[in-house]
Write a protein of this length. Structure first.
Length: 250
């Protein structure tokens, strides 16, 4: 993975930061692109650009103009738009594309999980499962819960969300990683009866699921959206191996 060509990481996740650090240590020139939706993002090693590309055509031009040798899409499992753009832009620019996506959450014996296909379905289901919900789907899409008047929501986000919000709610600004003890205390303090989450996966946020299991609470889980058909790995080590094996970076 030597040479002067750039590896572009479409980032914003813990895996993206870990990959950037590994490439930087190996002497590979790496640029991480962040969407800019978080006010104070955790910055990765190497160069960083903030903001979108303006669609697949603009991204393809950027890849050619900046002599990019490979793109690793390590965005959040629910970041659909940029992944779709990358799947179109990379072939157009003649650049290799890899999707680095962590494994989803896995139910265990005794879990009371209810899978749904979107936030609107989650909002409709919550009042049937409990009256006090821990809502951890992020600040994007909270409008789906704005019409749910027969439940109270503890809304946890990294940054303050924009309205509309659930009519009955309390806002908690926090970011992971979370601990089992902390999640249990949060659930008990607010008398939570149901947990709502996206199937984002990852160790940083899975403690809420362990806490829900311990308190025998139902969990509403939003399925991941469909992804473009591109080469995909689940770990940073596998992404580094792909880059080295195909000499994408050099």
């Amino acid at each position: 993975m030597s040479g002067g060509r750039i590896v572009l990481i479409l980032g914003g996740t813990a895996e993206a930061r870990e990959l950037a650090a590994g490439l930087d240590r190996a002497g590979v020139r790496v640029v991480s692109s962040l969407a800019g939706r978080v006010a104070r993002p955790r910055l990765p090693a190497g160069e960083v650009r903030i903001g979108g590309f303006g669609g697949p055509d603009s991204l393809a031009r950027w890849l050619v103009e900046h002599d990019v040798g490979a793109v690793v899409d390590a965005t959040h499992p629910f970041a659909e738009c940029i992944s779709a753009s990358a799947a179109l832009a990379c072939p157009a620019a003649g650049v290799g594309l890899l999707r680095l996506e962590r494994e989803g959450f896995g139910a265990q014996a005794g879990d009371r999980w209810h899978w749904v296909d979107g936030l609107e379905e989650a909002a409709a289901l919550v009042p049937r499962l409990g009256r006090r919900a821990l809502l951890t789907t992020g600040r994007q899409g909270l409008a789906a819960f704005a019409g749910t008047a027969d439940a109270w929501f503890l809304v946890r986000c990294v940054d303050p969300p924009s309205p509309p919000l659930p009519p009955h709610h309390e806002l908690v600004l926090d970011r992971g990683p979370y601990t089992l003890a902390g999640e249990l205390a949060l659930i008990d303090r607010h008398a939570i009866e149901v947990v709502v989450t996206k199937d984002s996966g990852g160790r940083h946020t899975e403690a809420k699921l362990h806490a829900a299991r311990a308190r025998e609470l139902p969990v509403v889980v939003v399925r991941r959206p469909p992804r473009p058909d591109v080469a995909t790995v689940a770990t940073v080590d596998d992404a580094l191996a792909w880059l080295g094996r195909t000499d994408q970076a050099g």
